[in-house]
Design a protein around this ligand. Sequence first.
Ligand code: GLN
Length: 204
Amino acid sequence: MTIGVLALQGDFREHLEMLRKIDVDACEVRLAGDLERVDGLIIPGGESTTIGKLLRQFDLLESMRQRIRAGMPVYGTCAGAIVLSAEVLDRGVDQPTLGVMATTVRRNAFGRQVDSFEADLAIPVLGPEPFHAVFIRAPIIERVGPDVEVLAALPDGTIVAVQQGNMLATSFHPELTEDGRFHRYFASLVDRSLAATPLARESR
Ligand code: GLN
């Protein structure tokens, strides 16, 4: 199993390090050809407007959409969650997105007063231990479609982690902590999708 990390902008190195730490083969994805070699993809945190423009410039929007719609697992953290979302509030003037997840996100939603903060979250799919979540100019997930499962919320009910089939999105950055559970959870989705389609690699 190989997990790719979109490496156009943002904190992709931290994701690569985390994947290697949990013993998952990982590689950078910059070109459509790189995409063909991976079984799952992480879209990192960074600046979603810049990532969107680079996706368009590198001609990756359509090939990524097709792979994701065909079932390739994908995980977006922070800016990555924005890139995946079908509806983006406070969107940049020219901000292409993939729009594949049935979510509505609001960019920079915590405002300047609380630009960045950390919180211990209960995330039942990761086990009983709370997860230390780091938020940096984070979006919030304001609405979700019927097929979207909420994995974590802040005490006031603000949704910050969701799953829709093989797609995962978090407002926060597990790659900036020492806790590999979120990446392991994503790797388990990739494993499961490979088991469900054993010929997936050969047919690409
Ligand atoms: N505020 C950024 C955006 O809108 C996301 C910040 C992050 O990824 N840490 O794209």
